[in-house]
Design a protein around this ligand. Sequence first.
Ligand code: ADP
Ligand code: MG
Length: 384
Amino acid sequence: MKKVFGIVKDGVVTNANTGEVITHLFRDIMIQKAEENGQALAFDTETDRARRIEVSEIEQDTTIEVPKQEVNVKADPVLALIQNAASIRPATLEMTDLKWKYLVRSALRGKNIMMVGPAGCGKTEAAKALPAATDRPFFYFNLGATQDPRATLIGNTHFKGGETAFDQSAFVKAIQTENAVILLDELSRAHPEAWNILMTVLDEGQRYLRLDEDINAPTIYVASGVSFIATANIGTEYTSTRVLDRALMDRFEIIEVDILSKERESALLAKRFPKLEAGLVEAVADIADLTRKEWRSEEGKLTTMVSTRMTVRVCDLLADGFNLEEAADVAILPFFDQSGGADSERTFVKQIIQKHMATADSDIFNTGNVDDMSVANFVMANPF
Ligand SMILES: Nc1ncnc2c1ncn2[C@@H]1O[C@H](COP(=O)(O)OP(=O)(O)O)[C@@H](O)[C@H]1O
Ligand SMILES: [Mg+2]
């Protein structure tokens, strides 16, 4: 079937024929409009285009059903949780239903997951949301920040009153906790020795940690149901294998964290900063979106983009009374290279921001429309 028909209720879109949740196929604003007008939605899987339709236009699925795996959710409470994953996602986390469901399922099934994506796109945020949502014990290790992987992952040996004593690390305790979710944050930046130590721990067939290289050293087994979630500040799998050891990568299922669309970025910011003017929030989302498009395009001028971490910071400053120019100046521009002067990445981003200042300005003063003259004056009077 080429078209997928969606029924909207309380902001959630379900497939009219299969009952599957398909909210991720539609933009928030479209879902909202459809719901307001009592309409349904259609998604064309060949063109990837979505539109609002009247409920009467929904077509019954006449294609032959692909046999579906019978899922007996009553017999397995974990299955029920996986099916309802969307309902346990915190409102402040923006992640597609599918990726969140995959994450939830991995935690509940004791799988290893590696979340990859550029800096500031919500990897740590999503990983931290997981134990709370699934009610699992949680342990956090920032591997990018430790200088001494042995001490962090195994423990410290020290001498006390002429005797050698061994202090086990918090990690040793963590892996012995049944059903724990263990976050290995910034694994991509960890010391290679950390990767070596983790090899056996993460391997499906081994799942143990030896407390020393010594043959007689005690071996600690990973408790049942433990799920390791790693994060890596990298792009696609292709680039990540060059940064991380292939054997280590192979021990994980990979989730590529989404870079948010303009609509989802602005929805996230509006949710977090309900007191900010809608126009201002949209301007921030649009600035981020333009840098993302430029960064993604092959001939683009930018080697990095405005991340969600940055847009959140900008809105924080706006909420504290900074204007858009000031907020962008301190929270965005330092991340863009200024070499090359007028041709630099920083100048490029500055220009994007400047274009938005007129809009943001008119919103602040609620004038509705600003004539060309006053925009020109404003920009000239406020050079960066
Ligand atoms: N998809 C997202 N949903 C909600 N908040 C996000 C998202 N992406 C980034 N953020 C915000 O930006 C900040 C940085 O996100 P973080 O998860 O630490 O990024 P990283 O991908 O570098 O781990 C977080 O504090 C969070 O507030
Ligand atoms: Mg992080």
